[in-house]
Every structure is written in C-alpha cells, then in structure tokens.
Write a protein of this length. Sequence first.
Length: 276
Amino acid sequence: MSVKSLIQILILLLIPIILSMVYFKYFDKKKSVVEEIKLSEDIENEKLLELEKKILELELKNTNLSKKLQTELDGKITLVETNVLEKEEKTLSKNEEIKKNKKSELDKKKEEIKLIEISEKSEIKLEDKDKKIKNFVKDVEYTSVDERGNRFRLLANSGKTNDANKNILDLENVRGEIKSDKRDTIFITSDYAEYNISNLNSKFYENVIIDYQDKKISCINFDINMSTNKAIAYNDVIITDPKSTMKAGIVEFDLKTKDININPESINTKIEVVSD
C-alpha cells in the first residue's frame, strides 16, 4: 500500500471524526444555550412569581391599611359628631336654662310690677279715700249776709267738695233760710243742693219745698243768685195756699222786696189755678 493511499484513508477517517466533533460540539453548545435560556426563563418566572406574591402582599397590606384608616376615620368622625352633638346638646341645654332664667326673671318682674301697681292702686285708693274722708263733712252750716242785710243760712246733714269745681260744695238733706228785718222769712228744704262758697249762690234740687208766708211752693229746682238778689223756682212748679193750688212754669222771687212773680213756662203756657 502506498503512502498516498494511506493518506487518503486517514483523510477519509478524519473527515467523519471531524464532522462528528463539529456536530457534537455545535449541538452541545446549542443545548447549553437552550438550557441557559430555560434556566433564565425559570429564574424570571420565579422572580415574576415572587413579584406577584409581593404585589399581592402589598395589595393585601394596602387593603388592610385602608380598612384600618377607614375604621379610624369613621371612629374619629363618630367622635367628632358625638362631640358636636354633645356641644349642641350643652348649648341647647344652656339656651333652655337661659330662657328659663329669663322667663323666671320676667315673671318676677311682672309680679313686681303687679305688686307695685297693686300697691300704687291701693295707695291711690287710700289717698282717694282719705281725700273723700277729708272732703266729706257732716252737719254743714253756712251763714252769710248781703249788703241789704238779708241773712242767708244754709244747713245740711253732710257735704263734700265737688269733683269738677272746688268752690262748690255738694250738700245732702238741705235746709235753708233767707231772713230780713222787713219781710217774712223764706224757708227752703230739698234732698240736694250746690253751694258756691266764692259767690254764695245756691242751687237746690230734687223735692224742693219753699215756704213763704201762707204759700207753699214745690218744684224740682230752685236757684238763688245773691249778686242779683233773685231766686227762681222751675220744673214742675206747684203753688199751694189756703184757697187754691196753682201750676206754673217759673216762679221768681225778689230777695230785696220779697215779692213773688208767677210766670208760665212759655208764652203759650197758661197758669193753671185749682180753687178749693
């Protein structure tokens, strides 16, 4: 066998060996790369799982924390609301107490005002009563004399000052006399009379009876004016003497002369005379 043939045989043998070595080397490397890639993927998957687990844990913690915060917040809100309600209740209670106190004070003031008013009214009534008592006089007697010597005497069971005019005395159960040295006395009686202490005028009224000489005159009103020396009887005048009874409107007395003038109440009224 020649060298050339031997070399060729060796080359032929080497070629498969080399190919085998290249093949195995290539596929081993690829396998290693695949294994590395797989290992890397596993590691990444594990990391992803761990990351997901941590995320879940964080979410769970976040949820628990949120619940805790919400619970605390609700508790604080409830506490605040409770405090606010308590404050409002206290405020309302204070306001009601203030209202009650004010009402009590107002009622007290009203009571005080009522007591003061009652006291004032009582004082006024007492004062009025005292005034009335002071103004009320029993067994009244007044006497006066005019320029012509006519003496006027007035008697009454009781008298008091007139409310409208202090110069006038209101008299009850009145008796009066007009005396003169030259003429007969005129006697007067009535239930009531007004006597003016400033001008000495008198007004007799209600059941007035005048006795003069033999005449008796009854009427409702009889006025005496001392400044004019005139006296007038009017309203339901009836004149009675031993011989007759007359009805007239007005009877005038002249206190100077003691003359009597009998007149009808008007021009168309006639004096009615009834003879016995």
